[in-house]
Design a protein around this ligand. Structure first.
Ligand code: PXP
Length: 254
């Protein structure tokens, strides 16, 4: 009888943006997102994610440069596809760039990139980053058309936006939960079949991360806001270790 391969471990990327949000509420230097990144790695994070926004509302240029210089794990630089950000990314040389949509008025990254309408705009950004050896990922909704276009853009990775599903779970919208989960499951399969590595992120908590980890195509989750909130109560290391445990439980439950 053929033996099926053991389930692969889901990599856990920790987003430290909101450590900077808290610091910036007062100005000054504390709490330091780089210290949080080092503590996250100590607790088992496989990588660190940070989003340099056009308005610098949380992470700053100096934070990004320090993260690159001071952490021992891969840095995932989230950014909008703009000339300014491209120049900073090429200077910073992170392991990865995740291209995200950005609107000044939004509180957080509200949806995936419009890869269909924005295809021609994205081509030179993907090309330049790849040329410099930076792994490019596109933050997209889990729809078929977006996945098709992402594959045509020849990026190695897509990150599927889990925000709508997580919101449905949180508000106990059963129909939205079922629909959102099915879309993510199908999106992950389609993306993998198109040759893309599949990541997920936005709004994940212990429960949703555990459930999504059961979908074998996902190889990386990027999680921030929920864990920073949990850290207030249990400490950052404990929150990350609990997340690691939840994801590992979800992955082996197949
Ligand atoms: N992945 C991407 C591409 C994001 O933009 C964000 C939010 O900045 C996250 C993951 C993390 O989302 P959250 O902070 O809700 O866990």
């Amino acid at each position: 009888m053929p033996v099926s391969p053991p389930p692969s471990r889901v990599r856990l990327g920790i987003n430290v943006d909101h450590v900077a949000t808290l610091r910036n509420a007062r100005g000054g230097m504390r709490p330091d997102p780089v210290r949080a990144a080092l503590a996250a790695i100590e607790a088992g994070a496989d990588g660190i994610t940070a989003h340099l926004r056009e308005d610098r509302r949380h992470i700053t240029d100096t934070d990004m440069a320090r993260l690159k210089a001071e952490i021992s794990k891969p840095l995932n630089f989230e950014m909008a596809a703009t000339q300014e950000m491209l120049e900073i990314a090429l200077r910073t040389k992170p392991h990865a760039v995740c291209l995200v949509p950005e609107k000044r008025s939004e509180r957080t990254t509200e949806g995936g990139l419009d890869v269909v309408g924005g295809h021609n705009h994205l081509v030179p950004y993907v090309g330049k980053l790849a040329e410099h050896g930076i792994r490019v990922s596109l933050f997209i909704e889990p729809g078929e058309r977006a996945i098709e276009v992402a594959a045509r853009l020849r990026v190695p990775v897509v990150e599927l936006h889990t925000g709508a599903w997580c919101e449905a779970v949180l508000t106990q919208d059963r129909a939205g939960d079922a629909k959102g989960f099915a879309q993510l499951q199908r999106g992950a399969k389609l993306a993998q079949a198109a040759g893309l590595e599949v990541h997920a992120g936005h709004g994940l908590d212990f429960d949703t991360a555990r459930r999504l980890a059961a979908v074998p195509e996902f190889v990386e989750f990027n999680i921030g806001h929920f864990l920073m909130g949990e850290a207030l109560f249990s400490g950052l290391g404990a929150a990350i270790r609990e997340m690691r445990k939840a994801i590992d439980e979800g992955r082996s439950f197949r």
